[in-house]
Design a protein around this ligand. Sequence first.
Ligand code: GLC
Ligand code: CA
Length: 520
Amino acid sequence: MIAPMSVPWWQGAVVYQIYPRSFLDTNSDGVGDLEGIRRRLDHLAWLGVDAVWLSPIFRSPMKDYGYDVSDYCDVDPLFGKLADLDRLRDDAHARGIKLLLDWVPNHTSDEHPWFRAARSRRSDPRRDWYVWRDPAADGGPPNNWMAAFPPQTKAWTFDEATGQYYLHMFLPGQPDLDWRNPAVEAAMHDVVRFWLDRGIDGFRVDVVHGLGKDPALPDEPPHLAGIPHCALNDEPSTHPLLRRLRALVDRYPGDRVLIGEVWLLLATTHAEYFGAGDELHLLFELPAAVRTPWDAGAWRQRIAAVQASHDPIAAWPTWVNSNHDIPRHRTRFGSEEAARAAAVLLLTLRGTPFLYAGEELGLEDAVVPRERVLDPGGRDGCRAPIPWSAAPTHGWPTADPWLPWPPDATARNAQTLRDDPGSILHLYRRVLALRRRTPALRVGGMALRDAPEGVLAFVREHEGERWTTLVNFTDDPQPVAAPGCVALASDDPLPDPRFTGVLRPRQAIVLGAQSSPPSR
Ligand code: GLC
Ligand code: CA
């Protein structure tokens, strides 16, 4: 259980994901922008996160709210200018916060100049930057692959003008690039260099498992037909692409990082995307990461599975409870107590935790009336704007941003919670501070411990110092025998350091190794 002495920054870090449209608007168009993020950097520094990942801010027609990119090397005017991003980068760095962008290499927008050229005529040099196929014998799509959204639609769109279908694992406005074409790879390497040269600290890489595709484009077998192809595409040809990307990124100083979104429904091959330490630095093992229910046994299994897949190849795990694609865990887990305990759990596990903006406020998903639904994937609820104050416009310049506010925004906003030392916001800050000053929690080894049913127990250890996390997933008090002083409790800002041996309902505590009470 000995961790190496010197580790790259991302290994001891906590990353905070921002959905830029919803963070803070500063020019009264109802949509968050880069300047809004910059103005709230002090919130992030006060909270104590180490890095920020921005969901896409590139030029985009916004059919998938930025995950459809029409220029990878410019900022969409909705969010600001390139100079605003430079300013945000500098101001983040001045606070010791790294800045990560969300790179979308699997597909472009159909309005990207590459795709406009590709669809202009069959003989265009950019034609084979994308995946084109003739219609099947009956005139229908070349195979039975399904798109991710809108639900139950084909992954192919027929282009009348040139008489062929193009592939899109997501919307028709998101044509898949053909990464078998070396020109595509070279152009994308240029994009990566553009941002690394500009001082960006790394990328969250969208749908990274999608890059390599079986050139035969075989039909999905009958038992999988109907599942979106993006959840199944797991091709060996992706790995050499990732190796070359890793080599590019590792040539830069400062431990730049590639964090891949690997969203495979059935596969157990996620760990292969680490390669032999020569592909991704970190990856999200989705959907397991975000589908683990509020249940001690399920978490135990999940942690054991992560250890089994990561430890033998010395890979560093990530942990995530919420993001912009799924209902918030506060909503899924059903109570603030559970959300608080989940924060202690997430931030004391071995690995790099990812927070999703607003979870530190205990936000629930917004209830989005039918007439305000925007996202073709039905994900608006978790993308609601962040309320910064109790005022009617919640710190935004207008009362009516692009999506409705989350529930109870008058009570559940950054300012009100900051004024209350017992709030979930202060809990996040306390756990982050404890983590920051405790090497065992940041980089130490981890082992699951036996515990009564309904309770999860694990220890973190580093250089002889041992810390224990206990989580009671049940609605009843649970007796647990464990040594140490209470360094932190999910439901009490000033816990009695003497552990009574009983966990309160839905309570998580961290027991410190020290014999004297922790400083408060
Ligand atoms: C990823 C993103 C999601 C997006 C999709 C297509 O899954 O997280 O928001 O819609 O890729 O780019
Ligand atoms: Ca704005």
